[in-house]
Design a protein around this ligand. Structure first.
Ligand SMILES: Nc1ncnc2c1ncn2[C@@H]1O[C@H](COP(=O)(O)OP(=O)(O)OP(=O)(O)O)[C@@H](O)[C@H]1O
Ligand SMILES: [Mg+2]
Length: 287
């Protein structure tokens, strides 16, 4: 099942449209959830503030209905369920995603202020949910036939590679497996050059190893291995402008204890030029 969170914002309706396509691609059911305060959902009909509570509940139901309307507009035969859940949106969505294949949210919601690049709910569920999280922004109007995955050789990166192959296969898209690297330049001259060449070869081997076995599993997917010199955020942001989907792991090689989202994933959620998926790290995820 694919879970999508809605809050009545335009961004969350875009997330709904994306989630419908995704559910169709993967032949999964779709569950639409809006999280709201607990008391209007749980109050007794004769409670002193019942009219305010009913008004709030009606508002919450209108948000769900707006999402269901969008799903109807998108057409196609996707099995749909919807629910109002009580509590904090980050926590309730994370819990509801426990048995989901994918959690989909918009990059923004109703709150926030102009110029803010990522809402607190979108950030709060990324890396916390046990399943991959898709943060939807700037959905391409026409498919570009390209899925991009950031590869760094870490265990979380391996989950990203697995997800990206499955996506590329389902979409009939090419998979660009990108490893960005850079190294401090010490001194100069022929020794430094030879050294740089050796580093590049090492990084290239790492990239090939991270992809090993996957092409046999997905022979239909055309893989483009890309070793790019530069900071991973700059490199992946630029490449994401040409892609349908960017996939990154929640954490990289700089595996700080207690950190749920690595700095590259964190920055890319803010700056990606297309929808982005963060896959859970092996410690958070189910597999
Ligand atoms: N109450 C909610 N119930 C379900 N999904 C939600 C809810 N609030 C937000 N979302 C999901 O998260 C996405 C991002 O919204 P978020 O709340 O993070 O941004 P924001 O409202 O712009 O900023 P903030 O709430 O931090 O001020 C929404 O597009 C929607 O998919
Ligand atoms: Mg919000």
């Amino acid at each position: 099942m694919i879970l999508v969170g809605v809050d009545g914002s335009r961004a969350s309706l875009e997330a709904v449209s994306w989630a419908v396509q995704e559910a169709r691609l993967r032949r999964e059911g779709l569950r639409v959830v809006h999280v709201t305060l607990a008391w209007p959902l749980e109050m007794a009909e004769d409670s002193p503030h019942a009219d305010v509570g009913r008004w709030m509940r009606d508002g919450a139901e209108a948000i769900l209905n707006g999402a269901l309307e969008r799903i109807r507009e998108e057409g196609g035969d996707v099995e749909v369920a919807s629910a109002l859940l009580p509590g904090d949106p980050r926590q309730a969505l994370t819990e509801a995603a426990a048995d989901a294949e994918l959690l989909v949210v918009g990059s923004h919601g109703l709150g926030g202020f102009r110029g803010m690049l990522l809402g607190s709910v979108a950030l709060g569920v990324s890396g916390h949910a046990a399943c991959p999280v898709a943060v939807i922004r700037r959905t391409p109007t026409q498919p570009r036939g390209e899925v991009v995955v950031g590869v760094d050789g870490s265990p979380a990166g391996a989950q990203a590679v697995a997800f990206a192959f499955a996506e590329a296969s389902a979409r009939g898209a090419a998979l660009h497996a990108v490893h960005a690297w850079s190294r401090p330049i010490v001194g100069g001259g022929p020794f430094a050059l030879a050294d740089a060449e050796e580093s590049a070869q090492r990084e290239r081997r790492m990239l090939a190893e991270a992809l090993a076995g996957w092409s046999e599993r997905y022979p239909d997917v055309k893989v483009v291995e890309r070793l790019e010199y530069g900071h991973p955020v700059d490199v992946l942001r630029e490449i994401s402008a040409e892609a349908d989907l960017l996939v990154v792991g929640s954490r990289g090689r700089g595996d700080l204890a207690g950190v749920v989202l690595g700095s590259v994933s964190h920055s890319l959620l803010h700056h990606a030029a297309c929808p982005a998926v963060v896959t859970p790290s092996p410690a958070t995820g189910r597999s």
